[in-house]
Design a protein around this ligand. Structure first.
Ligand SMILES: Cc1cc2nc3c(=O)[nH]c(=O)nc-3n(C[C@H](O)[C@H](O)[C@H](O)COP(=O)(O)O)c2cc1C
Length: 188
């Protein structure tokens, strides 16, 4: 099978990582794949913050839950935030925060394209990945985001959108959830 199609189909969200840090050259290939994503009017409105220190990643996990308890009201989300054992990042050794310059009208789509490029690049290198959206609710969409930006040196003009984690998978990948049927119409 064509390698790109194979990666698209076998990539799965990884939620179990080995401790092994990512090799620098592999990490750079993943990040570069993100930078080569298409973007509306070629604005390239993304900003990546790469964090490889496990203590820092763990601190972001804890602080995100603390921030959620401060600002959220939804009982389901609060119960997740209260769960001491829940790790947003599943102990992955590398976390990338994807921020966007929201002056571009296509910033979220562009950053999402960059993320998908990174997930596929990781898959091609046999590296597991997970796109994390919970941090948006827990932290980035709350007033606490300003503190986050200051601590992690995110430039003023950028808004943190998502987190993505990478690492070597410590489990065999599953088949993944079935894809919904009847979502395509070849209209004649
Ligand atoms: C925008 C977005 C946000 C997501 N947020 C999370 C998340 O916070 N935590 C998580 O475990 N998975 C998250 N996922 C992964 C999805 O749960 C996963 O992609 C979906 O169940 C399909 O499984 P697959 O990735 O193995 O094909 C997210 C995926 C996307 C695209």
């Amino acid at each position: 099978m064509n390698e790109v199609i194979r990666c698209i189909k076998v990539r799965r969200s990884c939620r179990s990582f080995s401790d092994e840090p990512l090799k620098q050259n592999e990490l750079e290939m993943i990040i570069e794949a993100g930078l080569w994503a298409p973007s509306g009017n070629n604005k390239q409105p993304w900003y990546f913050t790469v964090i490889r220190n496990k203590n820092t990643i763990e601190k972001i996990n804890e602080d995100a839950k603390t921030n959620a308890l401060k600002y959220l009201t939804d009982p389901k989300r609060l119960s997740i935030a209260k769960n001491k054992d829940f790790d947003l990042f599943y102990e992955a050794p590398c976390l990338v925060i994807v921020s966007a310059d929201m002056k571009s009208g296509t910033a979220v789509a562009d950053c999402s394209a960059a993320i998908q490029n990174m997930l596929l690049a990781a898959e091609s290198l046999q590296i597991g990945s997970l796109w994390n959206g919970i941090i948006r609710r827990f932290w980035f969409e709350t007033p606490g985001v300003e503190k986050f930006k200051t601590i992690y040196s995110i430039p003023e003009e950028y808004t943190p959108l998502f987190a993505v984690v990478f690492g070597y998978s410590s489990k065999n990948t599953s088949k993944g959830p079935e894809r919904r049927l009847n979502t395509v119409n070849y209209y004649n």
